[in-house]
Write a protein that binds this ligand. Structure first.
Ligand code: N01
Length: 558
């Protein structure tokens, strides 16, 4: 590992891992600093029961090595956390990535040295690292949030957060478990926890829209067809707004398989349209809509494009969703509490589940609607709501993350003249292309706010960003340039464009409160952070910048 690397990278998730490989290819020396004890990022930390990916694994995989594509076997269509982490481990071994990584090193300060024109990073333990370039590969959902609930510190039982689940096995047998939160993490964990615990109490503040996930094992024939078609699939990913190819195996191969759901771009799910049903919900009669729901279930609603763009279609879809859920839950009162009524489909990231609603038909599961009976306090032995006390041995927070900006703002980043990123982003994140900020030369963010990031297949977004960053550093070196940063004008224009394309979508509807908007963090500015204009359009813009010699950026000579 180089002590004087060209590039320091913070984070050894999928982005930090690829950074090592790519930068080495370009002849750069690199050092990765990672808080955890190994590679994997999201998949290293989120080990809660039921954790799995919501993008098909054959798509949620690196494209940079055809050899890797051919030799890795995915056991399921949508992989579980442990299989994705095994993949990360395999990649790290195969490309000898750990050689350039230092683990158990949490970075506490990231400071630009004006005179030396270098970044100095300081770990929590006080160790310092310097390099001319710094890449923050710190992830979009890496800072877990534990809400400030009165009395929380008094609880005497075991406490876990889904985003920081222990590496050791957690034994829930015979225990009374409570879980707060019903977003993607809660919805994935709840059915598994109910199977393991003596009793599970679900504390729900806002009901969720969730549709059943594809739970097929990977068939050898399907995997082989993907392997045979990988170059075409990667090209298709580059042209798709959500970075997924939606490649379908040949009909003969596919027989018996359900269609993998593309949740990064729900409107691509083609179940009804494959069956010859129009892809506008409003074009169907009420009888036809009922037939579609009967035949395809809740997931069918994600296939209609107008659900995401037309308020009337959205309302129709929400009502169909609620009617279908009512039929899935035995106790009508519980069903009513589980129905989302205050916001529409498509406002939040689509959640996929396995047996979520059926879990509430179990005798050992209780739903507590916090909208009706709010938490008053956490006690030594459980949670007291306005109605009663719930005795608990274990309390699990599935309360989400300080998304997209959390990890960057916690890193105490200071640019030219000691300017703090936290000050610069007081009214919300401002970047150019989600890659760089003015006054922070040679600092790059991977899948930062203002880039497609969480609205794109993360692996596609990560590779594109790191290829761009690598090429940019290479360009600077080739042209005798020392620094690069965007001009404030490019940032302002870009952010205006990011806001403009988000306007009028369900993501920014006034009734919508999502982590995309920062709405889950008290006091966080309400700004729609990812770029919704589609990955291909975004990529072309990045390519244009590089091809034209970085006109939206300012450079300084070496
Ligand atoms: O977090 P969330 P998440 N009292 O913010 C509740 C990715 N992911 O970890 O809606 C009571 O979505 C909160 O309630 P409300 C994916 O991108 C992917 O579940 O704010 N409740 C909500 O129910 C996802 O979108 C997968 O009213 C409180 C929940 O906690 C993102 O991560 C799996 C509360 C938080 O939901 C985040 O998902 C898991 C309080 N004080 C995660 N504070 C895949 O499938 C919060 N809540 C790949």
């Amino acid at each position: 590992m180089s002590d004087q690397p060209d590039v320091l990278v913070v984070g050894a998730g999928f982005a930090g891992m690829y950074a090592v490989h790519r930068f080495r290819e370009l002849g750069l020396t690199v050092k990765v600093l990672e808080a955890g004890s190994d590679v994997g990022g999201t998949w290293y930390w989120n080990r809660y029961p039921g954790a799995r990916c919501d993008v098909p694994s054959l798509e949620y995989s690196y494209s940079f090595s055809p050899e890797l594509e051919q030799e890795w076997d995915w056991p399921e269509v949508f992989s579980a956390q442990e299989d994705i982490l095994r993949y990360a481990d395999y990649v790290a071994d195969k490309f000898d990535l750990r050689r350039d990584m230092q683990f158990n090193t949490r970075i506490a300060k990231v400071e630009w040295q004006d005179d030396a024109r270098r970044w100095r990073l300081t770990s929590e333990a006080g160790e310092t690292f310097e390099a001319p370039f710094c890449v923050m590969a710190t992830g979009c959902l890496s800072v877990p949030v534990e809400p400030k609930i009165p009395g929380a510190e008094r609880f005497r039982g075991e406490v876990y957060h889904t985003g920081r689940w222990p590496h050791e096995a957690v034994d829930l047998e015979g225990k009374r478990v409570g879980i707060i939160g019903t977003g993607s993490s809660g919805v994935q964990a709840i059915p598994e926890l109910a199977r393991q615990a003596a009793h599970l109490t679900v504390f729900q503040r806002t009901p969720v829209y969730t549709v059943p996930a594809n739970r097929k094992r990977m068939r050898a024939a399907v995997q082989q067809e993907f392997r045979d078609s990988y170059r075409q699939i990667r090209e298709m990913q580059q042209k798709n707004p959500g970075g997924v190819s939606n490649f379908r195996p040949r009909k003969s191969v596919r027989r018996g398989d359900s269609v993998p759901a593309d949740v990064t771009r729900p409107s691509d799910i083609s179940m009804p349209s494959e069956a010859g049903v129009p892809n506008r919900l409003l074009d169907l009669t009420p009888e036809q809509r009922a037939q579609v729901m009967e035949r395809f279930g809740l997931g069918a609603l994600l296939a209609f494009r107008d659900v995401y763009t037309n308020a009337e279609a959205n309302e129709v879809a929400n009502a169909l969703y609620r009617d279908t859920v009512r039929r899935m839950i035995r106790d009508p009162e519980t069903a009513e509490h589980l129905l989302p009524k205050t916001y529409g489909l498509g406002c939040k990231r689509q959640v996929l589940d396995r047996d979520y609603y059926d879990t509430f038909n179990r005798d050992n599961v209780t739903l507590v609607d916090l909208g009706e009976t709010p938490i008053e306090t956490i006690t030594e032995s459980g949670i007291r709501t306005s109605r009663t006390h719930h005795d608990l041995d274990v309390l699990i927070y599935a309360t989400g993350f300080d998304a997209m900006t959390g990890a960057l703002l916690r890193a105490n980043i200071r640019g030219r003249g000691g300017r703090s990123l936290n000050d610069q982003w007081r009214d919300g994140p401002v970047t150019y292309l989600g890659l760089q900020m003015s006054e922070f030369p040679n600092l790059f963010t991977v899948t930062g706010p203002g880039s497609p990031s969480v609205l794109c297949n993360m692996l596609v977004a990560i590779e594109q960003h790191l290829n761009w960053i690598g090429d940019c550093i290479h360009y600077l070196r080739e042209h005798g340039l020392a620094t690069i940063e965007p001009s404030p004008e490019s940032e302002q224009q870009w952010i205006a464009h990011v806001n403009e394309v988000a306007e009028g979508t369900m993501y920014t509807a006034p009734s919508c409160n999502s982590w995309y908007l920062g709405a889950n963090i008290p006091g966080k500015p309400r700004i729609f952070m990812p770029y919704v204009g589609g990955y291909p359009r975004y990529r072309e813009r990045c390519e244009h910048e590089a091809g034209a010699g970085y006109p939206g950026f300012r450079v300084e000579s070496a």
